[in-house]
Design a protein around this ligand. Structure first.
Ligand code: NAP
Length: 476
């Protein structure tokens, strides 16, 4: 496969300094990629600018056709792509396959949304006045993406951008650039014209500096940590750059006394351990109502004790590798802080980091309290901390007690209780008896320090469209 930059329809950059791509499940170097910087990013902006004039004039049906082709190409190559993703990211093959299907679904969804960019005609303020509301593509868009979902975080941005008629430049995470390069190949094979999609790997700060300082780049969409998101807000101020930010989460999961425990256990396991817990919408804090606390934690712990962490390409593991040593250390610090302060390690509680390969056992902590670090920070790993509560009001207060507002989960079989709680939670994505709420047709995004903007749904294309209105006097 190609392991280069993709600029103006050409694979390039083998002459640049190279960066190693490492398999976090084995510690082995599996590829090298170019260290692009400001020159290469500026070339990509030149290419996108040249391509924009024709791309925005394509019909919706033409853009839809190419996006649909990319969807099929990705689906047909799903097994290869999943294997590649597991090698560079460390997640299990099952997780990778699920991500490939989810990632491809954005090409499918936005192929149709390309055809639904409607304007509208509004009556004016006088009888002979009319107002036409028109949507234009926002222009050259930059997509900066994280390592934890190396495919879906890219397609969730580029599919709506392309559907809207915008050229894009992708800057994937340095840890997982290979999946991104494969997606460029699908775009190329789908007939997306040169310069319309571009990819730069390399120095994040140099690349982003061009995105922020070049006035031709009209939009920057970022998914990643809240820390970097805040820096981007500052950098965007000089040009009032149009930003969308999908940032960190710290998901609460509430189990009410009247929950169906089978459903609650099954879906909570998915909410916690899918992607090895390295998911922005992972359940990070479990609040269990007192009457079912023992039953739920016992059943949940029994299931976790049957699970194992191991090399993603080996059969039989439920979770794969942790991405790197910093990630592993954070998980371990959260577990140690909880256990030092009185929590009980009911399952797991340790891991290995040998020869550049990082694994942490699926872990359950019981008797956790809100003051422990794990209840205050995003863990990004396979640890389920369980705390008990008594009243619905208390659960809502504990759940909302965070600067983050991405995903939350509630388990109850009562329509009244579920409606009250979901309405009271300050989170952009809520799973009610559902541990995996993400879907291309839903508007994914966060509140508070989890960011702004929505990806997916009918809303996802809005971020790539400028709205303008024309007030017309059709009288004298
Ligand atoms: P990250 O460190 O913020 O990196 C994300 C992207 O930003 C990468 O491409 C990275 O490039 C780049 N970057 C790093 N430093 C930068 C800088 N100074 N200027 C500009 N770009 C910079 O986040 P991560 O560790 O990859 O991802 C984990 C975080 O993402 C978690 O907090 C998770 O919750 C969040 N996330 C959120 C969502 C959502 O939809 N809300 C989805 C997935 C993940 P390099 O790789 O080259 O450093």
């Amino acid at each position: 496969m190609k392991t280069e930059l993709y600029i103006n329809g050409e694979w390039t950059g083998s002459d640049l300094e190279q960066i190693d791509v490492t398999d976090p499940g084995s510690g082995e170097v599996i590829a090298t990629i170019p260290k692009g910087g400001s020159n290469e990013t500026s070339r990509a902006v030149d290419a996108a600018e040249a391509a924009f004039a024709d791309w925005k004039r394509t019909t919706a049906a033409e853009r839809a056709g190419m996006l649909r082709k990319a969807f099929h190409l990705m689906q047909e190559d799903a097994d290869n792509l999943a294997e590649l993703m597991t090698k560079e990211n460390g997640k299990t093959l099952t997780d990778s396959k699920q991500e490939v299907a989810y990632a491809a679904s954005f090409f499918d969804w936005f192929a149709d949304e390309a055809k639904r960019i409607y304007g509208r005609n509004v009556p004016g303020k006088h009888a002979d006045h009319r107002i036409d509301v028109i949507h234009d593509p926002v222009g050259i868009s930059a997509a900066i993406t994280p390592w934890n979902f190396p495919a879906a975080m890219i397609t969730r941005k580029i599919a709506p951008a392309l559907a809207a008629g915008c050229p894009v430049i992708v800057k994937p995470a340095t840890a997982t650039p290979l999946t991104a390069m494969k997606i460029m190949e699908y775009c190329e094979q789908a007939g997306i014209p040169k310069g319309v999609v571009n990819l730069i790997t390399g120095s994040a700060s140099d690349i982003t500096k061009v995105f922020m300082e070049d006035r031709r780049v009209k939009k920057v969409s970022f998914t990643g940590s809240t820390e970097v998101g805040k820096m981007l807000i500052e950098q965007s101020a000089a040009q009032v750059k149009n930003l969308s930010l999908e940032l960190g989460g710290h998901g609460p999961l509430i189990v009410m006394n009247d929950a169906d425990i089978d459903t609650a256990v099954r879906e909570s396991l998915r909410a916690k351990f899918r992607n090895g817990g390295q998911s922005c919408i992972a359940a990070n804090r479990f609040y269990i109502q007192r009457d079912v606390y023992d039953a739920f934690t016992k059943r949940f712990t029994e299931e976790v004790q049957k699970m194992s962490a191991g090399y993603g390409l080996e059969e039989g593991h439920d979770i794969g590798a942790v991405i790197d040593e910093d990630g592993w250390d954070k998980i371990d610090r959260h577990v140690k802080n909880a256990s030092d302060n009185g929590a009980v390690i009911a399952a797991g509680g340790k891991g290995t980091k040998d020869n550049g390969a990082f694994f942490y056992e699926p872990t359950v902590l019981t008797g956790v309290t809100q003051d422990m670090v794990i209840m205050q920070e995003e863990t990004f790993g396979p640890v389920a901390p369980m705390a008990v509560f008594d009243t619905e009001e208390e659960a809502i207060e504990l759940a909302n007690d965070t600067p983050f507002g991405l995903a939350a989960y509630v388990f109850t079989d009562s329509m009244r209780t579920g409606t009250r709680i979901t309405e009271a939670l300050d989170f952009g994505v809520i799973g009610w008896n559902d541990g995996v709420p993400s879907a291309a047709q839903a508007p994914f995004g966060g509140m508070k320090e989890s960011g702004f903007g929505r990806e997916g749904g009918i809303e996802g294309i809005e971020d790539y469209l400028e709205k303008k209105y024309v007030a017309k006097n059709i009288g004298g």
